[in-house]
Design a protein around this ligand. Structure first.
Ligand code: PMV
Length: 334
């Protein structure tokens, strides 16, 4: 019997300049570049075991067997790895997250980043960071940004080989904290893979895409200059633009709850009073409230006083996807 096993860990990431819409849906070549920060403390740990006793790929997420579509998506990435490695063994994949699935914290990002790293290693491939990022991108666009560490930019590239993410600043470069206001942990109604395919049906998407280089440059410079005021304005503008596209696509997508808007408004009002905090919202109802580390306590106090906020998770900039030696269990064992 032969078996090849690897474990890897990856963090989800929060986008400051969002990816929404592809110019090639199958290859997940994005309509625009994006910028994000990995989230320390939140993680997916994935174990991949290519085993000649298996007759099909097997997948378990948080100790449960997910639906067929999730297994098929994982098998597609395993097929790519098998093809690159010239091997035919099926794999057993066990994945554990320490945060809720499908609720606006990108579990697909950390999931496919950890899978790309564990599967390629278990198959004996030695991929560099750019190739790993491309492989992760094929599973879920935002996953390519969970391969490098810290503050990350996904360059849209000209084709499959050069559309990958690179680090623009290390995790310790800027003391930024993400205070995630959890409003609902229910899985989202429309997953981001399906939503991404609808982006082009909004008449606003073309304007959002054409203006993206401007927003990317402002955001990149604000991070490198640790300029919170400029960062806050561009991050909120970019989130609002993406949600305007979502709300005006056909069919329309509304990811916000009434409480989502309440948190956004309260954060904006507090910033006008001097609190260095801003909001951004992904494809779910939870609000990511970004603040300077010195303002974490005050920000948490504000956010926890708002209606509908059930829990706050704090995350600073996290490291890259990496191999781990120990058990595949996520820290809280969920
Ligand atoms: O990579 P996907 O298909 O999960 O899409 C992610 C889309 C957003 O989270 C809404 C934005 C982003 O850039 O992460």
């Amino acid at each position: 019997m032969s078996s090849h096993t690897s474990y890897a860990l990856a963090h989800p990431n929060i986008a400051f300049i969002k990816y929404w819409g592809n110019r090639d849906d199958d290859l997940r070549l994005p309509a625009n570049g994006s910028i994000s920060m990995n989230l320390e403390g939140l993680e997916t740990r994935t174990r991949v075991d290519f085993d000649d006793s298996l007759s099909a790929d097997e997948l378990r997420i948080n100790r449960e067997s997910p639906d067929n579509s999730a297994t098929e998506r994982v098998s597609r990435m395993l097929d790519e790895v098998r093809q690159l490695a010239g091997m035919q063994l099926f794999a057993r994949v066990e994945s554990h997250n320490n945060f809720p699935l499908g609720a606006g914290i990108a579990s697909s990002a950390s999931g496919f980043a950890a899978l790309a790293m564990a599967a390629s290693q278990a198959a004996g491939l030695e991929l560099d960071e750019a190739s790993l990022s491309c492989l992760a991108r094929h599973g879920s666009g935002s996953a390519c940004r969970s391969i490098p560490g810290g503050f990350v930019e996904w360059k849209m590239g000209t084709g499959d080989a050069d559309s990958f993410a690179i680090a623009i600043a290390s995790p310790g470069y800027w003391d930024l904290e993400d205070c995630i206001a959890m409003l609902s942990s229910a899985p989202k109604v429309t997953g981001s893979s399906v939503g991404n395919r609808l982006a082009g049906t909004s008449p606003l998407q073309a304007a959002r895409v054409i203006d993206a280089p401007r927003r990317l440059a402002i955001c990149r410079d604000a991070i490198l200059g640790r300029d919170f005021g400029t960062f806050a304005s561009i991050v909120e503008e970019d989130s609002n633009l993406m949600h305007a596209v979502m709300m005006t696509s056909r069919p329309s997508l509304f990811y916000w709850l009434p409480e989502t808007l309440r948190v956004m408004q309260a954060v904006k009002a507090a910033r006008a009073q001097g609190l260095p905090a801003c909001y951004t919202v992904d494809a779910g109802p939870n609000v990511h409230v970004l603040c300077e580390r010195s303002a974490v306590q005050e920000t948490v106090k504000l956010v926890e006083s708002l209606p509908g906020v059930r829990e706050i998770r704090l995350a600073k900039a996290g490291g890259p996807a990496r191999l781990v030696e120990n058990s595949p269990r996520a820290e809280d064992g969920s």
